[in-house]
Design a protein around this ligand. Structure first.
Ligand code: FAD
Ligand code: SF4
Length: 414
């Protein structure tokens, strides 16, 4: 019998072994390979293809039983789903401020609702938050369900999950969207369990199969190497969490009108299972990259923390935030909350300048939705140029000082 050992320190989480032999390997939450089956017939292929030699197999692989023939997947046929209708967005607010991801979800939700010919609603919960309803309507909602209760002043899982489940059971939307924030990721699975509904996490694209009236929920899978499209044909509502910075917001239309409907969730003390004693805000080393209008990012090509001073100099001229690739984070040149990409932040600035970044699929996943991308790289074949609006082939340490001087001379920037 074989025994597989994985050197966790060496593993770079590339998921090649998982793709070669999903029966034997998987990635854990830390993006490190783990063993599922020591005697999967394809285990050796995964080990042989590991680029860092992190997999060691001792003994002989003895498959426990002949693999059962794989049946062709049944075609997806949507089941009758009763009177569920409409698209609903969970309107996340903190301290009386609507989170940006809510506005982004309303933008996409509006498109989905229009495709289906139904209404878009927002579920707004909290205490004394009625003033926020206007903004949700201006950003696309036809209706705002307002659930106000002192018990909902600060987010708590029990109270919010109970209130949201009651609202969904009463109003029966066919689609419900949440931001993939700490709150959305905590709340949505509990509601899915409560309602026996499907939930697809971390979607990057949402469209409608009009023929079957199904939500097509696309998200990266296998460490970002493939995109999977997931459907929930048999249960309602269809629910997704969406990462901040992915969907495009709609411009606010202050003239737009809509309905505000008070909903009494009838919460009792028994629904509140946790008590918040104090809220201590984490000090962030940078302002939110997700909200930045301009971002200058650096990768391995920047060469070190000193090299990032040049990146910072350009950012200062533009009034931009500094971001970077995972390599720049792993090397300790920038902090983790500055990482852009699949396992970092998804950003959508007006301008993204990528310096010395090759443009791996995992990096592009976090920045390719920027309105305008400038890439500076020595290698004319770098992948980053495939998503760039302007590509500059050159050494960033030649290009950036010139760019900074030109911007200063033209008096452009902050
Ligand atoms: P490299 O790929 O080494 O590229 C450096 C580039 O700099 C090269 O193109 C080179 O031509 C150029 N260069 C060198 N010197 C100069 C110079 N002086 N001037 C101009 N150009 C120069 N990566 C992320 O960024 N974000 C993520 O969220 C992320 N998540 C991941 C998740 C998983 C599961 C995995 C497996 C990987 C993830 N990665 C992520 C890592 C990703 O695969 C790449 O390894 C990483 O993005 C490469 O970073 P880089 O472009 O800085 O480095
Ligand atoms: Fe880790 Fe597997 Fe990639 Fe090797 S092939 S580095 S074990 S994820």
């Amino acid at each position: 019998m074989a025994q597989i050992k994985i050197d966790e320190d060496a593993c770079i989480g590339c998921s090649i072994c998982v793709n070669k032999c999903p029966d034997a390997y998987d990635l854990n939450d830390d993006q490190k390979a783990i063993v599922k089956n020591h005697n999967a017939p394809c285990a050796q292929i995964g080990a042989d293809d590991c680029p860092v030699g992190a997999i060691e197999i001792t003994g002989e692989i003895v498959p426990s039983e002949a693999p059962a023939p794989v049946a062709a997947p049944a075609p997806v046929v949507a089941q009758p789903t009763g009177d569920y209708k409409g698209v609903m967005v969970f309107a996340e607010q903190r301290g009386g401020e609507i989170k940006k991801v809510t506005i982004e979800l309303l933008g996409r939700g509006r498109g989905l609702a229009d495709d289906l010919g139904v209404e878009l609603s927002a579920a707004l919960m909290g205490h004394n938050v009625e003033g926020l309803a206007k903004e949700l309507i201006a950003r696309g909602a036809d209706k705002v369900y307002l659930i106000q209760d002192a018990k909902l002043e600060n987010y708590n899982t029990g109270g919010y999950a109970t209130a949201m489940s009651k609202l969904i059971n009463t109003e029966k939307p066919e689609i419900v969207l949440y931001g993939a924030t700490h709150i959305g990721r905590d709340l949505a699975p509990r509601i899915a369990r409560e309602l026996h509904a499907g939930l697809t996490a971390d979607c990057t694209e949402l469209t409608i199969d009009l023929e079957q009236r199904l939500l097509l929920q696309t998200r990266p899978a296998f460490g970002g190497n493939i995109m999977a499209t997931i459907m929930c044909p048999n249960h309602r509502p269809q629910m997704s969490t969406v990462r901040p910075g992915i969907m495009k917001e709609m411009d606010a239309d202050p003239a737009k009108t809509g309905q505000v409907i008070n909903f009494d969730a009838g919460l009792t003390d028994a629904d509140i299972t946790t008590r918040i004693i104090e809220i201590i805000k984490e000090k962030k080393s940078v302002a939110g990259l997700e909200d930045a209008k301009f971002i200058v990012s650096g990768g391995r090509g920047v060469g070190g923390a000193d090299g990032f001073k040049t990146i910072q100099a350009l950012a200062d001229v533009l009034g931009a935030e500094v971001g970077g690739s995972r390599v720049a984070v792993e090397k300790g040149w920038i902090s983790k909350d500055q990482q852009v990409g699949q396992t970092g932040k998804s950003v959508r600035p007006a301008l993204y300048i990528a310096c010395g970044i090759s443009g791996s699929i995992q990096h592009r996943a976090g920045m390719q939705n920027a309105d305008f991308i400038v890439a500076i790289n020595k290698d004319p074949n770098a992948q980053i140029f495939t998503v760039a609006d302007i590509g500059i082939v050159g050494d960033l340490f030649d290009v950036l000082p010139k760019l900074i001087n030109e911007l200063k001379a033209a008096n452009i920037g902050a």
